[in-house]
Design a protein around this ligand. Structure first.
Ligand SMILES: [Zn+2]
Ligand SMILES: [Zn+2]
Length: 377
């Protein structure tokens, strides 16, 4: 990036300053001096949850990554509530997000590369006319066929004002405190939800563990997941972006995946995509091997450890190539043969065997890692 900064996007700067002043200064002052009604808290909470989940489930996992299919009533609800979050139209959001994934960390292409700095990734990318912030709608030809997406794109700005000021004002009028409702359910809720979302671009590329891929800066972090409706498992997400889950394990806090699963159960969503277990485990083990290799190189470990390591690595590669062979075979025999019960069972047992081999290997590697732990000085 050159040293001369591009000009400010004045409208965005004014908007961010206004929202943050109203949300983080005016709203608390009003709360401490006048006080908010229970209705205002309730409305703020409901809009916060619904709009937050609409970004993660709708904008992100449905429209940007197509990790499942959704019936029109669900798409409509996600489009409407997503508009509350003021993160631009689905079309623009998804176009930029796809570029972020394809060119992650590339300061010349990623719209919010963390390598251009924490502030840039958090908000700075929206406050100036960076070349990387330009939108290319050629990224989203599929979304241009979705009438709900196009309708939201066309009506976006009027809808934003109606939802963020009109709705709180109307609710405030009904419950007897227009200003309080606008400040709490409008400004404060919006400011909080924006920063929490922006953390996915800044904090989730900075703080946490890289469990599935060392190829980019994305991190897994349960704390960030708490603030972002489950999007904190960002390393997993960058490694397996087609998966409808970000928190892979059932206990990982990912309300977005729970909402998608519940929608499927209600018949509103279908074709939920999951990464095969083997691929996930393979990614984890690849990282483990890299760590072990570093440890072996640094410590003056006994040569026998090196032998063990080489044997394990050899076996790992063997298991992976066998799995790829089964995959290829399954594609070759085609859908007809897989419908045959016996063939299906045969494939399943072969997969299970290979998965088992990987699982046992993961245990041995964990043991090896413990054995190679540097002795306390
Ligand atoms: Zn994504
Ligand atoms: Zn990311």
């Amino acid at each position: 990036m050159s040293n001369t900064k591009p000009p400010l996007v004045v409208s965005n700067v004014i908007f961010f300053v206004a929202v943050n002043l109203l949300g983080f200064v005016a709203a608390p002052i009003y709360g401490l001096t006048v006080g908010f009604s229970g209705w205002a808290w309730l409305a703020a909470a409901v809009i916060w949850i619904a709009s937050g989940l609409s970004i993660t489930v709708g904008y992100h996992r449905l429209w940007s990554h197509r990790t499942f299919r959704a019936a029109w009533p669900l798409r409509l609800a996600l489009a409407v509530f997503g508009t509350f979050s003021l993160q631009n139209s689905i079309l623009i959001w998804a176009a930029r997000h796809r570029v972020h994934h394809r060119h992650v960390d590339d300061v010349e292409r990623d719209p919010h590369s963390i390598l251009s700095g924490f502030w840039h990734a958090h908000m700075g990318w929206m406050t100036r006319r960076w070349k990387t912030s330009e939108v290319n709608l050629d990224e989203v030809p599929d979304l241009q066929k979705d009438p709900i997406v196009m309708w939201q794109h066309k009506l976006y700005w009027p809808a934003v004002w109606i939802l963020n000021i009109g709705v709180p004002a109307a609710l405030g009028w009904l419950t007897g405190d227009v200003l309080g409702m606008i400040l709490l359910a409008g400004a404060f809720r919006l400011a909080v939800s924006q920063h929490f979302t922006f953390f996915i671009n800044s904090l989730a590329h900075t703080w946490g563990r890289r469990n599935y891929s060392l190829d980019n800066t994305a991190r897994d972090n349960g704390w960030i997941a708490l603030m972002t409706w489950g999007e904190g498992y960002h390393n997993f997400h960058h490694a397996f972006q087609a998966d409808y889950r970000n928190g892979l394990r059932w206990w990982q806090f990912d309300p977005s995946k729970w909402l998608i699963a519940a929608s499927a159960w209600l018949g509103l969503a279908a074709d939920l995509k999951r990464t095969p277990w083997f691929k996930v485990q393979r990614a984890r083990l690849q990282i483990r091997f890299r760590e072990l290799e570093e440890r072996l190189a640094n410590a003056d470990a006994a040569p026998t450890w090196r032998e063990v390591f080489d044997r394990e690595l050899h076996q790992f590669r063997d298991t992976v190539s066998q799995w790829q062979a089964v995959q290829a075979e399954r594609v070759q025999v085609g859908a007809d043969a897989v419908r045959d019960r016996w063939r299906r069972t045969e494939f399943r047992t072969r997969y299970k065997e290979l998965e088992y081999r990987l699982k046992m290997q993961a245990r041995r590697l964990a043991e090896l890692q413990r054995s190679l732990q540097p002795a306390p000085a």
